[in-house]
Design a protein around this ligand. Structure first.
Ligand code: JBE
Length: 242
């Protein structure tokens, strides 16, 4: 997969080259190219924004600059691309979104700052490629760069070979619609607190049942909305206690 990010703060995306993702890039599992939007300005001030039509606070990013930038970035590789625009006004980004995007050959992220990007950039792009305006949460960040770090990590870890043990991608929180329950490792007792007996029993059936009960309990407590959204057949008789 090739990932391109267009931003006025390329330095914000430096963490993409660290750790897990850094190794995936070195292994050629994913290519990442970060582009400075200002490279496509032509004025001495390298202006990327202007006052909003209709008035109101803040500035809107100019369509001409974005149009030239996206044309150039898209032309750099013939693989079909999906354009992703992080925005608080977007559809929610979920694990299912990450799973869907993991099948893409190319993702191009357009990081908006200020009050966003002139809508015509998205509308014009949508005529020639899939475009997703997505939000990582109901709070307002200063720009889309942090959201891109979140989304790239969520997608890249699903790519074959990126995670050491791929099974854990399936057993993630959300992959079965429930939150993950508590996890424990050595020592057996720590500051007077012991690991639940069942996890040391070697009885895989009981362990699986205990883990599901803890996941159901935690989901009912912290995310009742997820429990309510589960398909009817997702809960078996033993689950219905929650
Ligand atoms: N929440 C956000 N705030 C600003 C830009 C992007 C955002 N997002 O969630 O993608």
């Amino acid at each position: 997969m090739r990932i391109d990010v267009v931003t006025i703060f390329p330095g914000y995306l430096a963490p993409l080259r660290e750790a897990l993702l850094g190794r995936a890039i070195e292994a050629g599992l994913v290519e990442v190219a970060v582009h400075d939007l200002r490279d496509w300005t032509h004025d001495v001030h390298q202006a990327v924004d202007d006052a909003p039509y209709g008035g109101g606070p803040g500035m809107v990013m100019k369509p001409q600059v974005w149009g030239e930038a996206l044309d150039a970035v898209l032309a750099a590789d013939e693989r079909p691309a999906r354009l992703v625009v992080p925005t608080p006004a977007g559809r929610p980004f979920r694990q299912s979104t990450a799973q869907a995007w993991a099948g893409e050959q190319r993702l191009v992220f357009a990081c908006g700052r200020y009050e966003g990007i002139d809508q015509r950039v998205v509308d014009e792009a949508a005529a020639r490629m899939p475009v997703d305006e997505v939000s990582i949460g109901d709070y307002v960040l200063v720009g889309g760069e942090v959201a891109v770090l979140v989304m790239v990590e969520a997608v890249a870890r699903l790519l074959p070979g990126v995670l050491g043990n791929p099974v854990s991608a399936e057993q993630d929180s959300f992959s079965d619609g429930l939150l993950e329950g508590p996890a424990y490792t050595r020592p057996l007792t720590w500051r007077g607190l012991s690991v639940p007996e069942v996890l040391r029993s070697g009885h895989h059936g009981a362990i699986a049942r205990w883990r599901r009960d803890r996941a159901l309990e935690r989901t009912a407590d912290r995310r009742p909305d997820l429990l309510a959204a589960l398909p009817a057949d997702a809960l078996d008789a033993a689950d219905r206690a929650f």
